[in-house]
Design a protein around this ligand. Structure first.
Ligand SMILES: Cc1cc2nc3c(=O)[nH]c(=O)nc-3n(C[C@H](O)[C@H](O)[C@H](O)COP(=O)(O)OP(=O)(O)OC[C@H]3O[C@@H](n4cnc5c(N)ncnc54)[C@H](O)[C@@H]3O)c2cc1C
Length: 391
């Protein structure tokens, strides 16, 4: 752990201890402490000496993560100089919260957002949110080793689905399968629902959540272009309270999202569509079953009383490190009829905007071409759906 030595003039045995958030008041608010010890017992004795009552508050059933690796909290567990040590105390005070140390890691099941945020905050990089697990478990099989899994599926707000005056609120842990079954959603956002329906298989959709699809931040994630086209807002909770981020600003690049340490995605908020409006999502995969998109296009469109385009949002997936929202194209289409000329314009603008990779699924040229075709077709479908609504 860089900086562990020398920061307090501590000698070569210095270990950086991250104080759990619940015990920080005992430690005068300190988030970290440097101690000199050889093992967990020594660390604990030193902390107890400095912060009387620390060990009693921590309790007897804690585990420790040493440089990200989980160990039972055995006193004789060696801790090398320069390590970073996290105490993983049992969840305290949370009604119904459960925790089990299984398979070498702590599995926490908070029942409220406050509990989840406290866990994420106190365990920092050692903790990972688990929703459906369809991305996370694959990553863990490939070597990712979070010491603490925070299962957010029991938090009611993350499972909510409700219509407010101006928005539909979809809890981040809501599964793709549950979305599919909701008639109002399909009626108002057929594009978002068809994107969710494309995730993996029926079994995968039973677990996979919208929030997980976004937070995983794969450039090829299917629901992200559809959510961006639908102008969704991401509701985020963290140690500093709630904040909102537009869906197009949430995924920053492959595997990178806009969440700060200690934050979790609570919900997606979709503005209620205007009367003559609809959306659509299309993707192309190289194989017929369960593959990653070579390109995807989400379009949301509103028509005016004369059938001209009143508003349009066109988002492309899998053709850049993050979803591309073609804002200029959307503005340029306002006032146009959704005719052949408009469709050609959309295809051309999409082809010009992409920055795809070249890999076994498709060359740059192929992806460029497919993006143009999908954008054009998705706009045509959205326009047909919007026109069919009349009103
Ligand atoms: C066989 C298979 C096929 C697949 N096919 C597709 C496909 O066709 N299209 C597609 O887009 N995806 C596909 N996926 C990927 C995956 O199913 C989706 O990305 C899914 O939506 C992830 O949701 P989850 O709930 O399982 O997320 P998890 O695996 O639980 O989490 C994914 C990541 O997001 C984080 N996270 C989850 N929820 C939150 C939250 N509320 N707040 C903060 N962080 C959070 C987790 O810590 C983790 O880093 C496939 C996966 C498999 C295994």
């Amino acid at each position: 752990m860089k900086g562990a030595r020398g920061a307090e003039g501590a000698e070569s045995r210095a270990i950086a201890v991250v104080i759990p958030s619940g015990l920080r008041p005992l430690a005068g608010g300190a988030e970290r402490a440097l101690v000199a010890a050889h093992n967990v017992g020594g660390v604990l004795r030193e902390l107890e000496r400095r912060f009387p009552g620390f060990a009693a508050e921590l309790g007897g059933s804690f585990a420790v993560a040493i440089d990200g690796e989980l160990h039972p909290g055995a006193a004789q567990q060696p801790v090398a100089a320069g390590s970073e040590l996290h105490f993983l105390p049992p969840i305290s005070g949370g009604a119904g919260a459960a925790q089990a140390a299984a398979g070498g890691r702590v599995f926490a099941v908070p029942h409220s957002i406050a509990e989840a945020v406290a866990l994420l905050e106190s365990h920092g990089a050692n903790a990972r949110v688990l929703a459906g697990g369809t991305d996370l478990l694959v990553q863990m099989r490939s070597g990712l080793r979070p010491a603490v899994l925070v299962d957010v599926k029991r938090i009611p707000e993350l499972q909510a689905l409700r219509f407010e005056k101006e928005e539909c609120v979809i809890g981040a842990a809501h599964s793709a399968a549950a979305l599919r079954e909701h008639p109002d959603l399909r009626e108002r956002w057929p594009g978002v629902v068809e994107a969710a329906e494309l995730i993996g298989s029926e079994q995968i959709q039973g677990r996979a959540s919208l929030g997980g699809n976004l937070c995983n931040a794969s450039p090829a994630a299917d629901t992200v272009p559809a959510l961006v086209a639908a102008a969704a807002r991401c509701e985020i909770a963290g140690p500093g309270g709630r904040r909102f981020v537009a869906a197009e600003d949430f995924c920053l690049g492959p595997g990178e999202n806009a969440l700060a340490p200690g934050e979790l995605l609570v919900a997606l908020r979709l503005p209620l569509p205007a009367p003559r409006s609809a959306d659509a999502y299309l993707r192309l995969i190289p194989r017929s079953e369960m593959d990653i998109a070579v390109a995807g296009a989400g379009v949301s469109l509103a028509l005016d009383a004369q059938g001209r385009i009143a508003a349009a949002r066109i988002a492309l997936g899998a053709v850049a490190p993050r979803v591309l929202l073609l804002e200029e194209l959307g503005r340029a289409l306002v006032g146009a009829a959704p005719d052949e000329a408009a469709l050609a314009r959309v295809a051309e603008a999409a082809r010009a905007a992409v920055r795809p990779i070249d890999d076994k699924r498709g060359t740059v040229e192929y992806r460029r071409h497919v993006a143009g075709v999908l954008a054009r077709r998705a706009l045509a479908i959205a326009a047909r759906r919007a026109a069919a609504k009349g009103g």
